[in-house]
Design a binder for this molecule. Structure first.
Ligand SMILES: Nc1nc2c(ncn2[C@@H]2O[C@H](COP(=O)(O)OP(=O)(O)OP(=O)(O)O)[C@@H](O)[C@H]2O)c(=O)[nH]1
Ligand SMILES: [Mg+2]
Ligand SMILES: [Zn+2]
Length: 313
């Protein structure tokens, strides 16, 4: 029996990297059911697995998935009961965001951040393509940065094209395993190429007709970086369908709300209609972003993202 990390998955087949650095193509033995998770993919990039492989040139057979330290999950499709595990056993996630070509909404960002908080995965926001922003996009960038810095998130600005911010990016990646996520076309693969040119990952231009990405990366894959790090490139996501949260827990996943909850008069305050609510007071004082709060109310009311955010992003 050998042990290794899943670095790429396509259906029931995957590539496992052993701890000695050897790559072995593997498939799953029989059908795996992971208790409590209705997932379209039983195995995710980052999973630690035990496998048997009789001949070094042969396929490995995965017999066991080690318990996951963490994972991040979303709905496989709109209204679907099935879920998709984006990756497992990571140290942090970077959400790549752009103010233009394509434009990322705060509704999308908040759903992603909330899921990271719920699954205990630290998340950093990376604002990419700063070289192309015109006046309006620059304004939107600084608006978003103010919101997320105030909420307590680290924000990095990058340009994969002119190299700005890449040293900052490398320093947060060093010695860690990091998931990269975001809409298609925000430059996830291009950023990886910029910090590790030998990889030569496939990228493609954003469509000029609708300013959306072309879903170039089609499966998640983990790459070792030469300065000592692992990075997981993933396919762009149209919309972040959150997996059922208990409404009363939602505010716990907003760091800026969590630290004020004890100030609400009612212990079961929903922060929507109650008097003497510390959250609403903080919104009024400008200490909590109104937009983050409005997204909270939408999520609380079970609203999915707007149609165009599902269909076009
Ligand atoms: N001007 C500019 N263009 C960028 C930057 N980063 C990426 N791009 C361009 O954006 C387009 C999309 O980049 P990709 O790296 O394919 O995007 P992705 O996020 O990997 O997209 P998917 O694989 O479809 O999810 C390419 O044409 C890149 O050259 C940047 O910082 N500045
Ligand atoms: Mg890509
Ligand atoms: Zn309250």
């Amino acid at each position: 029996m050998q042990e290794g990390t899943v670095v790429r998955t396509t259906g029931n087949h995957c590539t496992v990297r052993t701890d000695e650095g050897r790559s072995v193509e593997c498939c799953l033995k029989g059908r795996f059911k992971i208790s409590g998770i209705k997932s379209t993919n039983p195995l995710a990039v980052g999973d630690r697995v035990l496998f048997v492989c009789s001949d070094p040139n042969d396929y490995g057979l995965i017999c066991e998935i080690r318990p996951r330290r963490n994972y991040i999950i979303r709905k496989a499709a709109k209204l679907s009961k099935q879920t998709h595990i984006i990756a497992a056993n990571m140290d942090q996630a970077l959400l790549i965001v752009t103010a233009a070509m394509p434009r990322t909404s705060t509704g999308f960002i908040d759903r992603f951040l909330l899921t990271c908080e719920a699954y205990h995965i630290p998340c950093i926001l990376v604002f990419n393509k700063i070289d192309v922003y015109d006046g309006e996009a620059k304004e939107y960038l600084s608006y978003m940065k103010d919101i997320y810095k105030q909420a307590g998130y680290a924000c990095i600005e990058t340009s994969a094209l002119d190299g700005r911010g890449l040293e900052d990016l490398k320093s947060v990646l060093k010695d860690r395993t990091t998931l990269l996520s975001g809409h298609s076309g925000v430059g996830k693969s291009t950023l990886i190429n910029a910090i590790e040119p030998g990889l030569d990952l496939k990228t493609s231009e954003v469509s000029l007709s609708n300013m959306k990405g072309r879903h170039t990366t089609t499966f998640a894959q983990m790459y070792p970086l030469s300065f000592g790090a692992y990075i997981i490139d993933t396919p762009g996501i149209r919309s972040f369908g959150m997996v059922d949260f208990k409404k009363e827990e939602l505010a716990l996943y907003y760091p800026e709300m969590k630290l004020r909850l004890s100030g609400c008069r009612y212990y079961n305050c929903t922060h929507i209609h109650e008097p003497q609510c510390a959250i609403k007071e903080a919104v009024e004082k400008g200490e909590i972003s109104r937009e983050r709060y409005e997204n909270y109310v939408n999520i609380f009311n079970g609203e999915e993202l707007q149609k165009d955010e599902w269909e076009n992003r």
